[in-house]
Design a protein around this ligand. Structure first.
Ligand code: AMP
Ligand code: GLY
Length: 425
């Protein structure tokens, strides 16, 4: 069996690794992949966003299955394009990927489906948006409608900050077309959690809850990043909440889309805020989360490919997904300066020693091979992961693996899973 994984980050390394563990022993290709995927799969030198070039490769090599990591190709319609060429894809069609590609569309679906979320109003004119600020308490949240690589969300604590964010999106077009429409949204207080659901158009299976760490520094200080680490299970999501998430978040969205003729197949990722008033949705993504996937996939036992195939075929069943009782933690090692400017091409040492540790997985996020050495090639460089019988052990093992690895300027958070450890039992 031939599988193409689209993308080149830590998520895609984790997906390629997990699929290669399946009993059918697939041949895995990764486009474009990284130095980590090169060790377990064949890298294909095509960018994840270049749908025509991916199609050309797939038509020539006929993978039995393509698994899409990032949102951009999904929003560009890679699934529709591949399907039209008779190629099977795990990932939603373009119309369904709008759940991530347009925050307005996601709000409209949530409103129609009765899914709990922050109150929000949409604007295309700066004057109208500024006039509406009086209707919101501070802080409030301003969001670009479209894809902005995680940067299109501003939490404004003062009217001045809110006006600046509105102007930067609607007047100065800081996010181009993605910010031509904005949402002003009520600020939700609580603890965040990520739920990844496998969806087959009608049914869903929830993967274990996880939590991301978005700020760059310990104690949730400093600017937002793509995610500095993750862990699972996330005890903020109790077992009693899982049926609520299924029945009041995931399934209502899938059904509302189906009513509109949009069949959602793939991963539906719900970013949740667990508030004093209950579970509310912050956002939906149309794909596996990064770095959540690096923590969650090592907890899936047995075979994963049959579950992904069942999503495509509309035959998903919870018996197809075997969750291990272990906990898992991922520590992101980032390049010096990230999330601001950072250097590339720095040699990384100690990768083998870390990967050889029992129960550890060193997923590469931004790496490349240069003259036979593994070097940094992105802001988030490595997603160092470990599993263990409990969260404390998993986190401890991940940090022991991190201690084996060094590269100039590297930095990472020292408090992954701190919210879980800080909870009263
Ligand atoms: P989003 O891309 O919509 O998930 O927003 C990115 C991050 O901004 C979230 O993970 C939250 O940390 C924060 N955020 C977004 N919306 C809200 C909200 N309504 N209230 C509080 N925080 C928010
Ligand atoms: N971890 C956040 C995301 O994947 O969007």
């Amino acid at each position: 069996m031939k599988i193409l994984v689209v993308g080149g980050g830590g998520r895609e390394h984790a997906i390629a690794w997990r699929l290669s563990q399946d009993s059918c022993q697939p041949t895995v290709f990764c486009a474009p992949g990284n130095a980590g995927t090169a060790a377990i799969a064949q890298n294909v030198p095509v960018a994840a966003e270049d749908v025509p070039a991916l199609l050309a490769w797939a038509e020539a090599h006929r993978p039995d299955l393509t698994v899409v990591g990032p949102e951009i190709p999904l929003c560009l319609g890679i699934t529709d394009t591949f399907n039209a060429a008779g190629l099977r894809v795990f990932g939603p069609v373009q119309a369904a990927a709008r759940m991530e590609g347009s925050k307005l569309f996601a709000k409209e679906i949530m409103a129609a489906a009765g899914v709990p979320t922050a109150k929000a109003l949409a604007f295309e004119s700066a004057a109208a948006a500024e006039a509406a600020l009086d209707d919101f308490n501070m802080p409030l949240v301003i969001k670009a409608d479209g894809l902005a690589a995680g940067k299109g969300v501003v939490i404004a604590h003062t009217r001045l900050e809110a006006e600046a964010a509105i102007r930067s999106m609607l007047v100065e077009a800081a996010f181009g077309k993605a910010g031509a429409k904005i949402l002003i949204e009520e600020f939700l207080e609580g603890e965040e959690a990520s739920i990844l659901a496998l969806v087959d158009g009608e049914r869903a299976v929830l993967l274990p809850p996880s939590q991301d760490h978005k700020r760059v520094f310990d104690n949730d200080q400093g600017p937002n990043t793509g995610g500095m680490g993750a862990y699972t299970p996330a005890p903020v999501v109790t077992d009693a909440m899982l049926p609520v998430i299924m029945d009041s978040v995931i399934l209502p969205v899938v059904r509302e889309l189906a009513k509109r003729g949009i069949v959602y197949k793939g991963v539906l990722y719900a970013g949740l805020m667990i508030t004093a008033q209950g579970i509310k949705v912050l956002e939906f993504n149309a794909r596996f989360g990064d770095p959540e996937t690096e923590a969650v996939l090592p907890r899936i036992g047995g075979d994963l490919i049959p579950a992904l195939q069942a999503c495509i075929d509309g035959t998903l069943d919870s018996s197809l997904v075997k969750i291990k009782p272990e906990a898992a933690a991922t520590v992101i090692m980032a390049a010096g300066g990230y999330p601001g400017k950072y250097a590339k091409g720095t040699v990384i040492h100690g990768l083998d020693a870390a990967a050889d540790r029992p129960d550890c997985f060193v997923f590469h996020a931004g790496t490349a091979l240069q003259d036979g050495e593994v070097v940094t090639a992105g802001g988030r460089v490595l997603a160092v992961t470990a599993i263990g019988p409990d969260l404390k052990t998993a986190v401890g093992r991940a940090y022991e693996a991190v201690a084996e690895i060094s590269f100039e300027g590297s930095h990472y958070r020292h408090d992954i899973a701190h919210r879980a450890f800080g909870r009263k039992l």
